[in-house]
Ligand binder design. Structure first.
Ligand code: SF4
Length: 490
């Protein structure tokens, strides 16, 4: 194994898994530095942006030096800000792009303290510069309000010996010819399989416990984190074998009963009442958002989800045609803030709707209130729309309906195929995260990206299918309420 100094990132990763450090270093040695995906690139850019603003902000302080690189014990530390005190001691300061002090920032301070001391500095104390949670951006960015400096002397005291032990362990592992053996989390950790370039499963897609392609293993128990391990240790592998008395609640018992019966569970009265709340004219609403460490526009907070796109499907009356409206923001920046245009188009698309249907509606409610706060002219309409929200996830989370094919999940991508047999998500953009990154890198801003038209099409398609999926789900719920499942029981 190559003997380059251990980096800060490798030190932090070693806290979770030594094998991972070994494998990633071996791969980097063989392949050179690989291109990061856009998600990693975005995270790195957020970090860099926060550090650059912090550097400018602290530059006025003559007692501070920036990006100080120090080597000792076969490791290298890069201190974001090194404060020099009149008594000759120094204090490392970590800049992090989050609103709460992260354990990894404290671990970094411990590591930097050890390396600084070994290199001959009198390192005392340490601080984290973080983003202020309650900060709301004005017309311009105000770094004095954006950043909070938090002294962490107490939190890092006492952990310095464990830093030395971790460094020794890491040096020993990196000196070996072979990586350490994988741990027993292999089935839950994607890293080993990704690093070795192979899947840890047999590739058939069937689990040992499956019925007609439906996974019925105990690991699929709804919200079962607290008991799955115990059940597995007791020898249960299939849900249908678990006694109902061993299950933690009503919903898990309904799930297991549905698996045993091989048919859906329906609470017809509750489901009918839910369906009656989806009144006409009805709209189906979905937002895509972007969230950045440094608020890009006036009125925004650090990491706040800001809407960049919406899709609305609208139906005026039962059995009537369904119309589609959408909007994609040109930009969200100091130069151009599309929020007002988005709000205006949205208010028009939602006008007079008696029900606004969304999946996992608290998110849509939050975005509607955010838009109301930021666009005073439309605030009444937007708040009224938030009041008319109906959450399409509710029947599934409350087990008014459970299909065995949901396999213990209640998210949109599990519910849609389980209920309708349709799966829309074989798309160029397959989830909200990808949509937000595609918008950020290949759509927004000036000059237009050469990929803008293609990305616009993919964004429209993804967001439209999200609301079309809601149309299909509600239609299916209505069919179930009107069908034999419910009429037989009346
Ligand atoms: S499965 Fe592999 S990468 Fe994941 S924690 Fe275990 S040893 Fe590390």
């Amino acid at each position: 194994m190559e003997t380059a100094p251990i980096t800060q990132q490798e030190y932090l990763t070693a806290g979770r898994c030594l094998r991972r450090v070994y494998e990633e270093r071996a791969r980097a040695f063989e392949n050179g530095s690989e291109q990061s995906d856009s998600s990693e690139r975005f995270a790195a850019e957020q970090y860099e942006r926060v550090r650059a603003i912090a550097r400018d902000h602290f530059a006025a302080r003559t007692d501070c030096t920036f990006n100080v690189s120090v080597g000792a014990l076969g490791c290298v530390a890069v201190v974001d800000i090194l404060e020099r005190r009149p008594d000759g001691s120094v204090r490392p300061i970590v800049v992090q792009p989050y609103t709460g002090v992260k354990p990894k920032s404290l671990e970094l301070l411990r590591y930097q303290t050890v390396i600084l001391r070994e290199a001959g500095y009198n390192a005392q104390g340490g601080a984290v510069v973080r983003l202020a949670k309650g900060y709301v951006r004005g017309t311009f960015l105000e770094p004095a309000e954006l950043f909070v400096e938090e002294e962490c002397r107490k939190q890092i005291r006492g952990g310095l010996n464990s830093v030395r032990r971790r460094i020794s362990g890491l040096i020993e592992v990196l000196g070996q010819r072979k990586p350490p053996e994988p741990c027993d989390r292999l089935d839950r950790c994607p890293v080993c399989s990704r690093l070795s370039g192979s899947s840890q499963t047999d590739g058939s897609g069937d689990s040992p416990s499956s019925t007609g392609g439906i996974d019925t293993g105990v690991h699929t128990l709804f919200l079962g984190y607290g008991v799955i391990g115990d059940l597995e240790r007791e020898g249960y592998s299939d849900l249908s074998d678990v006694p109902l008395s061993r299950l933690p609640g009503r919903r898990q018992r309904l799930q297991v009963q549905a698996v045993r019966d091989g048919r859906r569970h329906v609470d017809c009265n509750a489901l009918r009442e839910f369906v009656e709340r989806c009144r006409f004219p009805r709209v189906f609403l979905d937002f895509e958002t972007v969230s950045a460490a440094v608020p890009p526009v006036e009125g925004a907070r650090p990491w706040e989800h800001l809407p960049i796109q919406f899709s609305v499907h609208r139906q005026e009356a039962a059995g009537g045609p369904i119309a589609h409206r959408w909007f994609i923001a040109d930009d969200l920046s100091e130069l151009h803030d599309s929020t007002r245009e988005l709000a205006e188009t949205l208010v028009d698309a939602l006008s007079d709707a008696r029900s606004v249907l969304a999946f996992s509606a608290p998110f849509e409610r939050r975005i509607l209130h955010l838009l109301a706060r930021r666009c005073e002219r439309f605030s009444t309409d937007l708040r009224n729309a938030a009041d008319r929200l109906v959450d399409i996830q509710e029947p599934f989370v409350r087990f008014m309906l459970y299909e065995p094919a949901q396999q213990g999940r209640t998210g949109l991508k599990a519910v849609l195929p389980a209920l309708t047999g349709v799966d829309y998500y074989d798309l160029e953009i397959a989830n909200g995260r990808e949509a937000s990154l595609a918008w950020y890198y290949d759509y927004r801003g000036v000059p237009p990206s050469p990929r803008r038209e293609k990305v616009a099409e993919a964004l429209r398609e993804y967001c439209a299918l999200d609301t079309l999926a809601l149309v299909d789900i509600v239609r299916r719920l209505e069919e179930i309420v009107d069908g034999s499942d419910c009429s037989d029981r009346e």
